[in-house]
Design a protein around this ligand. Structure first.
Ligand SMILES: [Zn+2]
Length: 429
C-alpha cells in the first residue's frame, strides 16, 4: 500500500452504525477461554484476515467470505482483484495500542464496520486500489464491508450511496440459488412497522454522518427488489456495473419510464416483506392487455398457485355483476392435499381477487371455484391462490378461470378438476 502521496486519494467508503436490538433478557452464556486470545492472521485464496476470533470461528468466517465473494464476483462478472485485507475484531481490549487505524477502531467500538480505500488514479481512471476492512466480529458486518472492498479493489468505485450500501447489505444475505428474503428479523419488523420511505428520497440521499441500520434497510430492500424482480433485474446488473466502472449511467435513464411501476412494486414488497418472500414470484404483470367481457363470451386466464397477483385480463366495474368458474386443482405445498379454488376450511388456497387502478390496489376479496361477484372498485382484476406471502414457492397447480358478465349469454359450466389451457382467451381477443 505504498502509492505516491500526491496521487493517493483517501476516502471513507462507509459510515455504518448498527444498533443491534435483541432480547435483553436472554441469558448470556459465557464460555471461558483456555487462554487470553490475541490477534492472529488467517489466510484464504482471496482474504487475509487479522482477528482475535478463535481459530474455528476464523476459518468459518473465511469460508463465508470466500463463498460470498464467489457469488458477488459471478454476479458482477469480474474476478476479485488482489487480496482483501480485513481486521475482524471481537474484543478491542486484546489488540495492542496502535495496531488498528483510528477510524477503523472507532467503528469497531460502535460494533459496526468501515472500509478504508486508497486508490491510485490517473485522470479519471483508477489504476490501482487497495481497500482495508475494519469490522466488528458479528455475522453480517465483515461480509457487508467485504462487498465494499471487492468493489473498490476490482472496479475502483462503489457507486452512489443507495447502490453501494444496498448491495453491501445484500452481500451479507446472499445465498446460492436462492432468491428469497433472508434479512435479519429486526429489519423485517422495522420496515413493516414504518411508513414506507419513497423511492425518490432513497435515490437522492447523500452520505450522512451517523447513518443508521434503518437507512440501510430501505436501500437493501430497493436493491433486492431490482435485482430479483423479473421486470427490472435485466437492467439492474448493467446499471450497477456502469456505476462501478464510472460510466455515465443513472437510475433515471435506466428506469425513467418505469418509475411509477417500480415505486408501486417497491411499496408492495415493503408491505409484504418477510423471511422467504420471493420478489420474482410476485413480479407484477404490466404487459397484459385488459378488456371488458362482452357479447356473453367469457374471458379465460391461467392462474398458478405459486405466484402472487396475476393478471386476469378482465376490466371490471362495480356497477356490474360477474360470473366466474375456476377449473383445476392446486395445493399449498408439495405434500399438501389437493384443493379446488374454494380452498381449505380456513380460507387458505381459496381463489381471491384484487382491483388495480392508477397504481393503487383495492382490498382483496374472496372468490372461489364457482359463483358471482360484484367488484369493490373499477379497474383491472388480478387473481391469486390465497396463501402466506412468504410461502408461495412450494405451491403447485393451476386454475383456468373463466369470467363473464352475469346474465349475458350462456351460463358458465360448473368447474372441472382439470385446468384447461385458456384457448378462449385468444378467440375472445
Ligand atoms: Zn457499507
Amino acid at each position: 500500500m505504498s502509492y505516491a502521496a500526491e496521487s493517493t486519494k483517501k476516502s471513507v467508503a462507509d459510515k455504518k452504525k448498527i444498533e443491534l436490538p435483541g432480547p435483553s433478557d436472554a441469558p448470556v452464556v459465557r464460555i471461558p477461554h483456555p487462554q487470553p486470545r490475541k490477534p492472529t492472521d488467517f489466510k484464504s485464496t482471496h482474504f487475509l484476515v487479522h482477528t482475535d476470533l478463535p481459530s474455528k470461528e476464523a476459518h468459518e468466517l473465511l469460508n463465508r467470505l470466500e463463498m460470498m465473494l464467489g457469488l458477488i464476483s459471478k454476479y458482477w462478472g469480474h474476478p476479485p482483484v488482489g487480496i482483501i485485507e480485513c481486521y475482524v475484531v471481537k474484543d478491542l481490549n486484546v489488540w495492542p495500542p496502535g495496531s488498528l487505524h483510528p477510524t477503523g477502531q472507532a467503528k469497531i467500538a460502535q460494533e459496526a464496520g468501515v472500509t478504508l480505500s486508497e486508490s491510485l488514479t490517473l485522470g479519471n481512471k483508477t489504476v490501482a486500489a487497495k481497500a482495508v476492512v475494519y469490522a466488528y466480529a458479528d455475522r453480517g458486518t465483515p461480509q457487508h464491508e467485504a462487498v465494499h472492498a471487492y468493489c473498490s479493489q476490482t472496479f475502483g468505485k462503489t457507486g452512489p450511496l443507495w447502490y453501494s450500501e444496498g448491495m453491501a447489505e445484500m452481500g451479507q444475505y446472499w445465498y446460492h440459488n436462492d432468491a428469497g428474503v433472508h434479512c435479519h428479523p429486526f429489519v423485517v419488523q422495522y420496515i413493516r412497522a414504518s411508513q414506507p420511505k419513497s423511492l425518490s428520497s432513497i435515490l437522492s440521499e447523500q452520505s450522512i454522518t451517523g447513518d443508521s441500520w434503518q437507512n440501510y434497510a430501505w436501500r437493501w430492500a430497493l436493491c433486492h427488489l431490482l435485482a430479483n424482480n423479473t421486470n427490472y433485474a435485466a437492467r439492474f446488473r448493467p446499471l450497477g456495473l456502469g456505476f462501478l466502472t464510472g460510466q455515465r449511467v443513472s437510475f433515471a435513464e435506466t428506469y425513467g419510464p418505469m418509475a411509477a411501476e417500480i415505486a408501486f412494486e417497491y411499496r408492495f414488497f415493503l408491505r409484504h416483506l418477510d423471511e422467504g418472500y420471493r420478489v420474482d414470484l410476485c413480479s407484477w404483470d404490466w404487459k397484459r392487455k385488459f378488456k371488458e367481457p362482452s357479447g356473453g363470451a367469457a374471458l379465460t386466464s391461467r392462474i398458478v398457485a405459486n405466484r402472487g397477483w396475476q393478471a386476469s385480463g378482465v376490466l371490471v366495474s362495480p356497477e356490474k355483476k360477474y360470473d366466474y368458474s375456476a377449473s383445476g386443482m392446486w395445493q399449498l405445498s408439495k405434500t399438501a392435499e389437493q384443493a379446488t379454488a374454494d380452498g381449505n376450511a380456513d380460507g387458505a388456497g381459496r381463489l381471491e381477487g384484487v382491483i388495480f387502478k392508477d397504481f393503487e390496489l383495492s382490498e382483496a376479496f374472496a372468490l372461489g371455484a364457482f359463483g358471482s361477484f360484484t367488484p369493490p372498485a373499477e379497474g383491472q382484476l388480478f387473481l391469486r391462490c390465497r396463501d402466506e406471502w412468504n410461502e408461495l414457492a412450494d405451491n403447485k397447480g393451476v386454475m383456468s378461470v373463466k369470467i363473464k358478465q352475469a346474465g349475458d349469454g350462456q351460463p358458465l359450466l360448473r368447474p372441472t378438476h382439470t385446468a384447461e389451457e385458456p384457448a378462449e382467451t385468444a378467440a375472445a381477443e
